[in-house]
Design a protein around this ligand. Sequence first.
Ligand code: SAM
Length: 467
Amino acid sequence: METLEFKHKGTSDMKIEDFRNATDGFARSANITSLFLGKINKEESVQENRKGETMNNNILDKTKRVIDPNWDFREADTKEFTHCIHTYPAMMIPQIARKLTHLYGKNAKTLLDPFMGSGTSLVEASLTGNIKTSYGFDLNPLAVLISKVKTTPLDIDELNGTLKIILRSEDYKTLPDFKNIEFWFKSDVIEELAKIKLAIDDIEDEKVKNFFLVAFSETVRNVSNTRKGEFKLYRITDENLIKHDPNVFEEFKKIAEKNIQGMKGYITNKKEHDSKPQLFDTKSSLPLESNSIDIIVTSPPYGDSRTTVAYGQFSRLALQWLGYDDAAALDKNLLGGMPSKELDIKINSPTLKQILNQIANKDVKRAREVLSFYEDFDNCVTELNRVMKKGGYVCFVVGNRTVKEINIPTDLIMTEMFKAKGKYKHITTYVRDIPFKRMPKANSPTNEKGKIITTMNNEFIFILQKI
Ligand SMILES: C[S@@+](CC[C@H](N)C(=O)[O-])C[C@H]1O[C@@H](n2cnc3c(N)ncnc32)[C@H](O)[C@@H]1O
């Protein structure tokens, strides 16, 4: 398992918030630059800070990183409108997508989220008024289903009426049968879920049916034998399993009513807009015209799907209930899902080359795994560059992983990769805290028992303009 953390020169393991209040401008900038540098001891770093001012300022110019608490949204309601529908790993804070579309998408007509997840950017695009069409791609069928539901306005009376019918369901035809179903669900839970599923399958209107399938998917997760609040699938302890006795219909009702409330808020705020979420592999040629996109707002995977943020594992049980057979294979197909065979770095990013060499010195296999993510991502950048209009903005929200205790500055690497494909001006990179995001805050770096270190606490929002 990998870890995600920041190490700061001259401040031991001081976190960004510790020096956010620093009044000395130099101390602040020196610390910002050190976000992606290695850890050295206190006395050394103080000396280096004094004599290294010019160097640090240069690095700061290059990274354009700005710590800005205005992007933290500590008190924000992240569950407004249809954003309350279905949780998803590493969701974007809606307020970030909103602020990005307001700052950089004022004149935009088209938005793209190439790694759409649960569709946060698409929902926000549909609330702006000026953005008329949004495209979203994801390889996870559950992500596409959730995004469709979150961006499809529906009649509230019809939803309430249909919910009443579903709640009256007393029968099931057949019980589902997929690998380990009895391990993940108690027998009576399986029967209750099957009754709800049968009633949903009988709904004729596809959009209404999808709405309740998403509520069903949330229910599946909550009533299963899995530990709550985790991305990965872990079963609750035997002791807790004895006490585990969920009321499946009550759970479904509660979730469906919450989602209907969210839809109520959405339909009164949504502007004239066409949302187009699609099941698509962003590594391949995108089904979009060249020079057609005004703004990209996205939070891509960072290459940790196989380890920390397992999108496929998170979605597997729900997908199996919804009838997707190949759900278990999903993680392999996501960016970086298949490790590169050789450490042959053809990508045009000096920072990536330097980092991969450092990792390879410790563990070549891990270096190849990291490389495979960036090779896949490079294919995406070729396509994203093709579809972006001149003058348009590319806004990425990323975190920086640490592999083998080496911090990977994802924001710098991705910026270099875009610049290698086309003409891009780096506008700025905002550094924010992650107050809400469902990210593991502590992690075992090498699966060594008892060795826990802090995981990713910050995100980087980099903005590029195609010129
Ligand atoms: C960080 S999540 C996006 C979360 C999203 N911003 C939200 O608010 O829910 C990254 C997404 O990238 C998707 N992804 C990974 N590899 C992909 C690929 N090759 N093509 C399309 N989507 C991919 C994953 O399935 C995941 O849903």
